[in-house]
Design a protein around this ligand. Structure first.
Ligand code: ZN
Length: 288
């Protein structure tokens, strides 16, 4: 009996070691899959007349804006397509319905570890209430809330996101937009939310480096944004316009499209092509 007991104990130890080894192998394979299945990328999600962009690197994720309240399906489809079940960070550029509209859905259906707001209270009561609801949901779900500050850096795998500008004194909500640069292997993506030309002027006056490879065109291509001066400094190779097909605002405005065309930048539009993916392949941007 003593020998049987000994053998049984030994078997148990071997079995335990095998289980641990198996778990290590499974975890390793999972990590390899996470890191090798996907190139790093930024995907501009077709959310209709709004903004939402997914940033992905080595399994780390960020979502800049969450479209309108009707964008839940397209965001959900995109995140599930990459097997994303939790976001590291959600960044809300400014408190308008077409940028924060599906935030509670994303928090509840996917979850996020962190959420970053512009550091200013919305002037409009409805927008202030919408922000408060999102904060309440975030607090309830254990998502940490942060406020954007100039110079703040957020690392998402190989992407370094830097808050370039966040006007704490802005009276217009579009000009509260968090302006940030996402950089990966020397490739730079500039996000200006719905910041208007007044705000662009302030950023340029501060000599902030706006040089980029991809510009998320401000305010869905509205004539109130994307000054010639901004384009002269930003010199984007690609310009992404996120807008709804036949939207009632007439976005993108002809004057902005012409201004962009005159610089030689390649214009990409979510209303025409759906989601736009900018992959980092061998250090270069590849559009899909
Ligand atoms: Zn907008």
């Amino acid at each position: 009996m003593a020998s049987a007991f000994k053998f049984s104990k030994k078997t148990k130890i071997i079995a335990a070691i095998l289980v641990v080894l198996l778990l290590l192998v499974v975890t390793a394979v999972k990590n390899i899959n996470k890191q090798q299945n996907q190139n790093d990328f930024i995907e501009f999600i077709d959310v209709g007349q709004g903004d939402s962009a997914l940033i992905y690197s080595n399994g780390y994720t960020a979502l800049i804006d969450t479209g309108t309240p009707n964008s839940a399906t397209s965001i959900s489809k995109t995140l599930k397509g990459y097997n994303i079940d939790n976001l590291d960070v959600i960044i809300l550029s400014h408190p308008h319905d077409d940028h924060i509209g599906s935030t509670e859905f994303v928090l509840e259906e996917f979850g996020a570890d962190n959420i970053i707001f512009s550091d200013i209270l919305p002037a409009d009561d409805d927008n202030a209430a919408a922000f408060k609801n999102i904060k309440d949901t975030a607090n309830f779900l254990g998502t940490k809330c942060h406020y954007a500050k100039e110079g703040m850096v957020i690392n998402i795998g190989n992407f370094k996101l830097t808050v370039l500008f966040s006007d704490e004194k802005a009276e217009d909500e579009n000009n509260m937009s968090i302006v940030l640069m996402a950089e990966n292997d020397g490739n730079k993506f500039l996000f200006t939310g719905d910041a208007e030309q007044d705000c662009e002027r302030k950023i340029i006056d501060q000599n902030i480096n706006l040089d980029c490879d991809v510009l998320k065109v401000g305010h869905h291509g509205s004539r109130t944004s994307t000054s010639q001066e901004l384009l002269n400094i930003a010199t984007p190779r690609y310009s992404v316009i996120s807008c709804g097909l036949d939207n009632s605002y007439g976005h993108p405005h002809d004057s902005v499209v012409k201004r962009l065309q005159s610089t030689g930048t390649t214009i990409l539009r979510t209303d025409r092509t759906g989601n736009i993916t900018c992959k980092i392949v061998n250090g270069k941007i590849v559009i899909e």
